[in-house]
Ligand binder design. Sequence first.
Ligand SMILES: [Zn+2]
Length: 539
Amino acid sequence: MNRTISVLGLLAMMTGCFKGEKVDLIIHNAIIHTMNDGGDVFEAIAIKDGKILQVGPEREILNRYRGEIEINAGKKDVYPGLHDAHGHIFGEVYQRLQVDLVGSSSYYDMLLRLEKFAGKNQPSILIGRGWDQGLWGESELPTNKLLNERFPDLPVVLIRVDGHAMLLNDLAMRMAGIDSETRVEGGQVVIKDGSPSGVILDQAMDLMQVHMASPDRATIKQKITEIQSDLLAYGITHVHEAGISIDQLEILLELDAEGLLQIQVYAMLFLNDDNLGYAEKNGFIDQGNVHVRGFKLLLDGALGSRGACLIHPYADAMNEHGLLLTSMADLQRLTKKALALDFQVNTHCIGDSANRILLRHYDTLLTNVVDHRWRIEHAQVIHEDDFQWFSKTGVIPSVQPTHAASDQRWIKERLGTDRMKTAYAYKTLLNERGMLALGTDFPVESYNPFGTIHAAVQRKTLDGEPQGGFQIEEALTLEETMRGMTIWAAFACFEEHRVGSLEKGKDATFTIFEYPIRSTLNYEPNGANETFIRGKKVY
Ligand SMILES: [Zn+2]
């Protein structure tokens, strides 16, 4: 009797290979990191109608299913499609349309790049982006002296790498109507030896911005699709767009309606009265690959231009505390309105004062609000007493490990030894809140996720600086880093029911990577071998 059953069983198994359930796609002989709660790793995955039917052991999947397409992954690593939890697609668009100053090694190098571009393109206004005087070995912001000498007849506007400062030549200053008397709330015209140095900070940049013509829609769309291809080549399938206007949102919605947007964009609208009105009228947006249910707010500036708001003065500028870009009254009013609409608010806080103000405000505002998922973007300098507020308020830290690696070059000078210890403290933040969303802030840093892995785990730049890693006790493990770019990031944008892990019923959005995902002392380049979104190969 027993013998009969086993023969029948064997027969069923043998015919199973031929009669298995038909599915669209099978990936097998892979190392599939599901990123589920148990951290399960399997060999094979079956996909139908863009969804995951099952993830499991090689034999089980191959016995049970027959794929229209079957891919032998040759033991390559497979992860859920990566998120960049803080990026600026439109910033990247402008970066690509303007003179690329990222990585310029000196003022002269910057001038050289400008001259080359101006000679080739003959612009009516020369716009560059990405300078960082830290790379020139200077801690002080530059002046426009050399710029005026080289460009006496062409207005020049050069945006700092962090987007919080501009260097203008005198002609551009005149165009914007800026002189030594100009005062702007939430901004500054930097004065040196009694006259404007050419540098303007934060809200003062609006004076110039209105004179800078925006590129046409077709050009912007074209650039977005180019950027998208580059993201997919890294295995990035989701971008949390950290602050856009309604105009920009409409461009994304158009691209999506035209079927040209493949990556998913979680777009945060800037938190202001107009956009609150828009949100009230339209509610959450869930159109194809564009999702909107959150706002972005800027509470302070950046450390590089001394705009980050600190409790105690800057170590290298004894009279400066930085700037609050939003008043307390506006902060309270705007966040309350957003909460009433059930929208998430993600606030840029860099300095310990900005972080403290926001966390304390939330301790009242968000009491009894279940599952709000409100975030602090950057959470860069936190007073040691204030980490506890992350667990208390439930606010999710959204951080960019590459900032730690880049800023360590000058951060000691700016913050001083003591305060530096609780800056870029990702492990401490993780221990407090139990999760982190990881991003890059591109175009401030490259969107290369392997740069993020290297910076998070080794706490180093791509060239291996500093040796031994910057405040290595704040390093994340590889597992934590990958969670920060997958399931935790998905949670931080309310998408974990669809993406972020490879589990039955979720979208078949994942990447097969070229080389093993690992972290070693030296940076190793990597990229996608193939990227899939909802079961469709997109790279
Ligand atoms: Zn940003």
